[in-house]
Design a protein. Structure first.
Length: 279
């Protein structure tokens, strides 16, 4: 997680910079006054003693001019920093709120599927890992469900990609409704594939939830004339469950859920296939 901006630290740093600039300006002014007070007499002596030193006098004049420019520039920088500090002090809360709001929006967009507004693959991977670690600490039940829309390529070929996008959006909405607990995550895994992360859910609970989702998709009554298993759009689901211990690996459970999805498709589609890996 990114560290929130510390406005007090920013202001303190800017104030220190202003104090340093003030000291630089003061030192330079003293140097300039000294050069002006004694410069003429030194110059006269140099011109009388040796004409060759005329160039040094010219260089001194040039250095004096450069010194004036430097003092002016430092003074302007000091003034600009004072304005900046004053602005931050007066509007710091608004600036911080706007910054945090933009950051939050960017992070949300990075974890959300653009088409369906459900969690994307990146969010799925992050959430699965974090919840798995939590489950290991508590040795709790854990389930994963992998979902595929049946014969979706045929659906796209028949009805067009716009209709295909609308189909995916409607199924995603049903998935969000089914995953009603705050700890459950429904995500678009890629293309026409979805996935569920179901912490604290045993095998029976996961199978029950998967069957509810199949029913919810059926009740959308989206015509699919090219489907072999139904006249409407349907899904196949693979479920894998385990009792998380130090010997379990989340990627193994994910692979098992994917294998179960393959089994559901091989045995007729529009159904759930699962395996309970608890020993």
């Amino acid at each position: 997680m990114r560290k929130e901006p510390d406005l007090s630290e920013i202001i303190e740093n800017q104030k220190n910079e202003i104090d340093k600039l003030k000291q630089d300006v003061s030192d330079l002014n003293i140097a300039l006054e000294t050069a002006i007070e004694h410069g003429d007499s030194i110059e006269d002596q140099l011109l009388v003693s040796n004409d060759a030193l005329l160039e040094e006098a010219k260089e001194r004049k040039k250095a004096e001019q450069n010194l004036r420019h430097l003092i002016k520039a430092l003074t302007q920088q000091k003034d600009d920093l004072e304005v900046l500090v004053e602005t931050i002090t007066e509007h710091g809360d608004d600036v911080q709120y706007e910054w945090l709001e933009r950051l939050g929006t960017a992070e949300e967009e990075a974890l959300t599927d653009a088409l369906t507004s459900v969690a994307n693959r990146r969010h799925f991977d992050q959430y699965l890992l974090s919840e798995w670690k939590r489950a290991m600490r508590h040795t709790s039940d854990f389930s994963i469900a992998m979902i595929d829309i049946d014969y979706f390529k045929r659906y796209n070929d028949k009805y067009g990609h716009q209709a295909g996008d609308e189909c995916i959006q409607k199924i995603a909405k049903q998935g969000q409704n089914i995953c009603a607990r705050s700890t459950d995550l429904f995500a678009r895994y890629g293309g026409e594939e979805f996935a569920m992360v179901l912490p604290d859910t045993n095998y029976d609970g996961a199978i029950n939830l998967a069957n509810k989702f199949i029913k919810a998709v059926e009740e959308l009554y989206l015509p699919h004339e090219e489907s072999i298993v139904s006249g409407y759009v349907s899904v196949s689901i693979g479920v894998a469950s385990c009792c998380v211990t130090s010997g379990c690996e989340f990627d193994g459970l994910l692979q098992l859920a994917d294998n179960m999805l393959y089994k559901a498709k091989e045995t007729g589609r529009n159904r759930v296939a699962g395996k309970n890996n608890c020993k």
